[in-house]
Design a protein around this ligand. Structure first.
Ligand SMILES: Cc1cc2nc3c(=O)[nH]c(=O)nc-3n(C[C@H](O)[C@H](O)[C@H](O)COP(=O)(O)OP(=O)(O)OC[C@H]3O[C@@H](n4cnc5c(N)ncnc54)[C@H](O)[C@@H]3O)c2cc1C
Length: 404
């Protein structure tokens, strides 16, 4: 079905739902809503940058894991895997929709001290209670399966061979967006510059082009700009843009098997990426940055990343960087986790923010959750109230120890 071109001007002056931001989270929500048989309202998605060039979505590493320490995050990712494995079927069986393949090599968390061992051991118990196949491995067991590691200083590993690895999340995004539009969701290229609130209700949003559009419900899916959007409605949100580096490299002597997504105690992580390898890390100092600050500090490769990866995998002494980029996390400074659900007083404002480094894998559960909140005024499948905005108001962190 041909889609009409996306313009700057909405067709209507009033919508049941306005979603601010049309990348991974906005499009997941748009598709889930438009596919929900119990919702027949109108949906407008306002996206300021139709190229998506600087979004977290375009600069992600697109991995999914079950190895979280909080049961809710485990269940969110379990739905993520279930959804991506049945993606075409979920989207209605259209033969044009691709299979979303999961490169299933698992995450390998490496612990170098007693505190890290305790975290991995306790987390493995939580995961096992939820049917996750994580195994704790001694250095000898790791060496037997993955002889390429140098395990000096490593006391324990935690590896889950199933339902973890790399997936093509950007195809999911693209198809969510296309299918949402086929279902009648309207996307416009414009920017929300004001949110107009009357007491305990959001009435409308103001677009950069000047139109004021009435909204039944507003969803804040604006990624690293989430706090800026919340502030337009008068709400404080502890979310800021933080830089994360990614390097893709080829190895002169490639490994003879997949490199699991290895979380090294140095703070660098690395994994197989087709015939190449991908690794990443935070900067030395990790302040909030400007929305347009994507400057790559090249010294970090020489001084931090390469020494760390060559120490852990000696074959990586001889490697060549073939690509590198910076992406912004929408970094939740309270607890590095999603903030989702309605504002407790202004209930027609829904947060979908602060995903830090694990929003891609959470996008199916988040889109489904938003659609349930709007259609039924509450969660129907997975209760995610623990991730609500109330904890921000009460300064009560959501406890998750497995943060990357
Ligand atoms: C380097 C890096 C690696 C990552 N790796 C992983 C990973 O391996 N696994 C994982 O699960 N997650 C990962 N993530 C996180 C994941 O990519 C993000 O959580 C996810 O992409 C967030 O999607 P989003 O739609 O919330 O935000 P974004 O993709 O940033 O989209 C927000 C959108 O809102 C628009 N917008 C903002 N303000 C307005 C406005 N006022 N009006 C209109 N439009 C507006 C923006 O233009 C943008 O398109 C990674 C992130 C980075 C940066």
């Amino acid at each position: 079905m041909a889609l009409t071109p996306i313009t700057a001007t909405p067709n209507l002056s009033s919508y049941d739902v306005i979603i601010i931001g049309g990348a991974m989270m906005g499009s997941s929500s748009a598709w889930f809503l438009s596919n929900n048989p119990d919702f027949d309202g109108s949906v407008l998605v306002v996206e300021r940058d139709p190229t998506y060039e600087f979004t977290s979505t375009a600069r992600t590493n697109s991995c999914i894991r079950q190895q979280f320490s909080n049961p809710l995050n485990v269940r969110i990712s379990q739905f993520g895997v279930e959804f991506l494995r049945a993606f075409r079927e979920r989207l209605g069986g259209d033969p044009e929709v691709p299979d979303i393949v999961l490169q299933e090599f698992g995450y390998m968390y490496l612990a170098g001290n007693d505190a890290a061992v305790q975290v991995l051991t306790e987390s493995q118990q939580v995961q096992a209670d939820h049917g996750v196949a994580t195994r704790l491995m001694t250095p000898e067991q790791i060496a037997a399966e993955y002889p390429f590691y140098n395990l000096d200083g490593i006391v324990l590993g935690s590896h889950n061979p199933s339902n973890e690895g790399y997936f093509d999340g950007n195809s999911m995004f693209d198809w969510w967006r296309r299918k949402a539009r086929q279902n009648g969701v309207e996307y416009v290229t414009n920017e929300v510059v004001g949110i107009n609130r009357e007491g305990d209700r959001i009435e409308s949003v103001t677009l950069r082009s000047g139109e004021v559009i009435t909204a039944g419900t507003v969803v804040n899916a604006s990624g690293p700009r989430g706090a800026k959007t919340a502030a337009m409605a008068g709400f404080a949100l502890p979310v800021e843009p933080r830089r994360r580096y990614t390097f893709v490299f080829s190895a002169e002597r490639p490994l003879d098997r997949d490199l699991p997504l290895t979380i090294d105690p140095s703070g660098v992580h690395m994994r197989s990426d087709g015939a190449n390898y991908l690794c990443g890390c935070p900067p030395y100092e990790d302040p909030a940055v400007a929305f347009d600050d994507f400057e790559l500090d090249h010294s970090i490769w020489e001084d931090k990343v390469w020494p760390a990866i060559a120490n852990r995998v000696p074959a990586f002494e001889a490697v060549k960087v073939v690509n590198s980029w910076i992406g912004h996390y929408a970094f939740n400074t309270l607890d590095h986790n999603a903030i989702t659900g309605p504002h407790p007083d202004v209930t027609n404002f829904i947060f979908l923010n602060g995903f830090s480094g694990h929003g891609f894998q959470q996008s199916p559960a988040m889109g489904r959750g938003v659609s349930e909140l709007i259609a039924y005024r509450g969660y129907r499948t997975l209760d995610m109230r623990e991730l609500g905005y109330e904890r921000i108001l009460e300064n009560r962190p959501f406890l998750e120890k497995a943060i990357i």
